[in-house]
Write a new protein. Structure first.
Length: 265
């Protein structure tokens, strides 16, 4: 029809929004939200969050009255989850057309070591706390706070990875966390048919995390592969990958609970 799609008046929450892929998603989403929408940016660095807020306002050039809110929170800790949930509860959601939560916050973990070196349960639990436990807790609390209303779609996005499906040597923590998250959201889709659930693997992005992977991956072949991708210009920009996610969200044709990879689109 040629009609331009948008997200309507929406409440959108992005974790890990202060830089990299999260920052890009914030900018791209802001262009799809109608005036008086609320864009909530969650991360640990308040200075970086405020910079993203300024960038969002500059991008929209004052034409939209978007309510951009920054929530400084460490989601590895219960207090961070509580602070984020409270910020959502403080948001008037009665006039919203849509709710969207993007679980983007994640860490790479120690990729320099093999699985047999992780003998300390406390070290493993620290990684899983941010990358799995708090993701489930935050999603559950947020969906409770923004309960089902007829005609108001609720969507939850899990920023996933090929590592959720394929084992990468020396990446045991990251692969485990991503696989657990994918299954977690598949279960959510089964239990909550009124919630649209998507696990989106954005592809190999040119971010700080990729830099860490090139420098510190313990598996030599994997490290060389990442270095070759970088030198040959095969890494994806956050903008390119984010654009495909925006189209997925607007078209809204994926099976709920699906794992969709950038290269499948």
């Amino acid at each position: 029809s040629g009609e331009r799609k948008d997200l309507g008046r929406a409440l959108c929450i992005i974790t890990g929004a202060s830089k990299g892929y999260g920052r890009t998603l914030a900018l791209q989403l802001s262009c799809l939200m109608k005036p008086r929408s609320v864009l909530m940016l969650v991360a640990r660095s308040v200075d970086q969050l405020n910079k993203v807020k300024e960038d969002v306002r500059a991008l929209n050039d004052g034409h939209k009255k978007l309510d951009v809110r920054c929530v400084q929170a460490d989601l590895e800790k219960t207090e961070g989850v509580e602070k984020t949930v409270q910020a959502i509860k403080d948001t008037s959601s009665s006039e919203m057309d849509r709710f969207l939560l993007i679980n983007n916050a994640a860490s790479l973990g120690d990729v320099s070591r093999s699985a047999l070196t992780f003998t300390d349960p406390a070290e493993v639990n620290r990684y899983l706390s941010l990358n799995v436990s708090c993701v489930l807790s935050l999603t559950a609390r947020v969906l409770q706070a923004f309960s089902h209303r007829v005609g108001v779609p609720r969507t939850v996005v899990n920023v996933s990875s090929l590592c959720a499906l394929k084992p990468f040597p020396s990446w045991v923590l990251y692969c485990t966390g991503k696989a657990a998250r994918d299954m977690m959201f598949r279960v959510l889709a089964e239990e909550e048919p009124d919630v649209r659930v998507l696990s989106y693997a954005p592809g190999p992005l040119d971010t700080d995390m990729q830099l860490q992977a090139r420098r510190f991956s313990g598996d030599v072949k994997l490290r060389q592969s990442f270095c070759s991708m970088f030198s040959e210009g095969q890494l994806l920009s956050c903008e390119e990958s984010g654009a495909k996610l925006m189209k997925l969200l607007l078209d809204d044709e994926y099976p709920s609970g699906a794992h969709v990879d950038f290269y499948e689109l």
